[in-house]
Design a protein around this ligand. Structure first.
Ligand code: NAD
Length: 515
């Protein structure tokens, strides 16, 4: 769903039907300091709870979401125009799985850890502790409005932070639904706060000095947020755009690869940061593969019914991006394999599923994020060429390599500059919460999911303990007479073949020289 703003209210329009289905009060920017005050007060209590108690709230939240799964799916579908199956499979399931994963692992991942202490620091013990940062600001986009807001939120909460969410103004009903789910799960007041509104509201909260910013959205906004954050040295995670390549070698399972290309490019109408946005096919099987792909694409059903495959676009402005890229490609000689020319598109939010060939690497359709149902297909001749094509954009979020030759597939995967690579599948790394998620190059900074995704919301604190029996340490003052002893201590210790006799002798003499 998209929204139109008037008099501090967001009118929510279902993209698939064009109907106004709700109205949401915008958060006035003068309330920003109030949110941070509340968040800081709540943080003091929340962070002092044992982690088991914090996780108990997540259990309640999970159960509520399981009980109301169908209702939540319908809110997501109304708000975004995505089909119900995608709402449940790609937005609700990953959120529930993330909660499950965090409940199972957060205690151990965020618990005090003992690490080795080097022999030269004899007599001491070393530990790492994880201390919550404070009030975390989560700013989320509209394409998977549930999981891209909730997963960072619950990760931050598990660590003991309080959270302010600024969900996308394009999908405000899901933002409201998230607020409601947390409220009804009984989270203490102020632990979770949701601020509704657009970029002005987002900017006001960014400038409000949160202790951490977790942003998911476009490269453009990511750069604005990073600049603002730099002024106050606020640490950030930026999960940004993608232009993911799919490389199909001649020895791949072509039938499976064609189905994967259709799904990888057109799921959620292509509005996926990790969708297959460029398809590179080995020339020997190019024509055969293209025919299979076209058959797949032409069999897909668009609509908003329970059995539809592809839903509508979510955000009207995105349609212009798709149109502009296709226009440029067609003007420069690209060929439509499926779909229609933009001038023949029907009014509304459903775009034709479009496969294009005869494109050049410098076209926008290859270089810029499309975020729509548009798939360029390009033949390649050698492994080197495929790798160069795949690495040839400013993005690096996900990629896929298709071959029955595992060694070749792994070799190519290893050379792709990308936050994730899938072999003989697409997109799927995001569904394993045990794997880190994030981008390279302009696709972002930082990782979440996995252990990294819990620890990023905490200060990593190093602790060393000494029992405090000795009067002094060998490296403390006075230095008189110590230099030659340190020389022989370190030479004997760091030599490839350690000289233990000299080491022990030097160490004992140093200890004795301590007054
Ligand atoms: P967007 O950048 O327009 O908006 C994202 C959020 O930022 C919204 O909540 C918006 O209100 C807020 N915002 C906008 N301007 C702001 C400002 N100046 N200060 C603070 N907040 C501001 O992105 P979008 O159109 O909602 O989402 C689509 C983009 O998100 C695509 O580029 C897509 O690739 C990317 N994305 C990335 C991931 C990932 O995990 N890497 C996942 C999904 C989407």
């Amino acid at each position: 769903m998209h929204s139109v703003e008037y008099a501090g209210k967001l009118a929510v329009i279902a993209p698939a039907t064009g109907k106004v289905i709700a109205e949401i009060q915008e958060t006035p920017v003068h309330e920003v300091p109030l949110f941070y005050d509340q968040g800081r007060k709540a943080f003091d209590k929340w962070s002092s709870l044992p982690i088991t108690q914090r996780l108990a709230f997540l259990r309640k939240l999970k159960q509520l979401m399981v009980d109301e799964m169908d209702e939540i799916a319908r809110v997501i579908s109304d708000d975004t125009g995505k089909v119900l199956t995608e709402a449940i499979v790609a937005d609700i399931m990953p959120t529930l799985d993330a909660i499950d994963h965090i409940i199972r692992h957060a205690g151990q991942v965020l618990g005090r850890r003992r690490v080795k202490t080097p022999l030269l620091l004899f007599g001491k013990k070393s530990f790492i502790e994880y201390m919550p940062r404070g009030v975390v600001l989560v700013i989320s986009p509209w394409n998977y409005p549930l999981q891209l807001a909730m997963v960072p939120m619950i990760s931050a909460l598990a660590g003991g932070n309080s959270v302010i969410l600024k969900p996308s103004e394009v999908t405000p009903l899901v933002g409201k639904c998230i607020e409601d789910l947390f409220m009804r799960s009984g989270f203490p007041q102020g632990t979770i706060q949701v601020a509704h509104g657009g970029k002005e509201v987002g900017a006001a909260f960014t400038a409000g000095k949160p202790d951490y910013i977790f942003f998911t959205g476009s490269v453009r906004t990511g750069k604005i947020i990073q600049q603002q954050a730099a002024k106050d040295l606020i640490p950030t995670t930026l999960e940004l755009g993608g232009k993911d390549p799919m490389i199909v070698f001649g020895d791949a399972n072509l039938e499976r690869a064609a189905k994967a290309a259709a799904w990888g490019a057109f799921t959620n109408s292509g509005q996926v940061c990790m969708s297959a946005e460029r398809l590179y096919v080995e020339r020997a099987v190019y024509h055969e593969f293209l025919e299979k792909l076209k058959t797949e694409v032409n069999s897909l059903q668009q609509g908003d019914g329970i059995n539809a495959d592809v839903g509508s676009m979510t955000f009207p402005a995105q349609i212009n991006v798709v149109k502009e890229q296709l226009d440029e490609a067609l003007k420069r000689g690209a060929k439509l394999e499926t779909g229609l020319k933009p001038e023949d598109w029907k009014e509304g939010m459903f775009l034709p599923l479009t496969v294009v060939t005869e494109v050049d690497q410098d076209m926008k359709i290859i270089q810029e994020e499309t975020f729509g149902p548009l798939l360029p297909v390009v033949p390649f001749d050698t492994e080197e060429e495929a790798i160069a094509y795949a690495n040839g954009t400013v993005f690096g979020l996900n990629a896929s390599v298709w071959s029955r030759d595992r060694e070749k597939a792994r070799r190519v995967a290893c050379r792709l500059v990308s936050g994730a690579v899938v072999i003989n599948d697409v997109i799927i790394t995001v569904a394993n919460h045990g794997l880190p998620f994030g981008g390279t190059k302009e696709s972002g900074i930082g990782r979440y999911h996995s252990e990294a995704g819990l620890r990023v919301f905490c200060h990593e604190k190093s602790i060393m303990e000494d029992r405090g029996f000795m009067k002094s340490e060998i490296q403390w003052y006075p230095y008189k007479g110590k230099y030659p002893l340190f020389l022989s201590l370190f030479k004997s210790y760091f030599s490839e073949k350690r000289d233990w006799v000299t080491f022990v002798k030097s160490y004992i003499t140093l200890l004795k020289s301590n007054k």
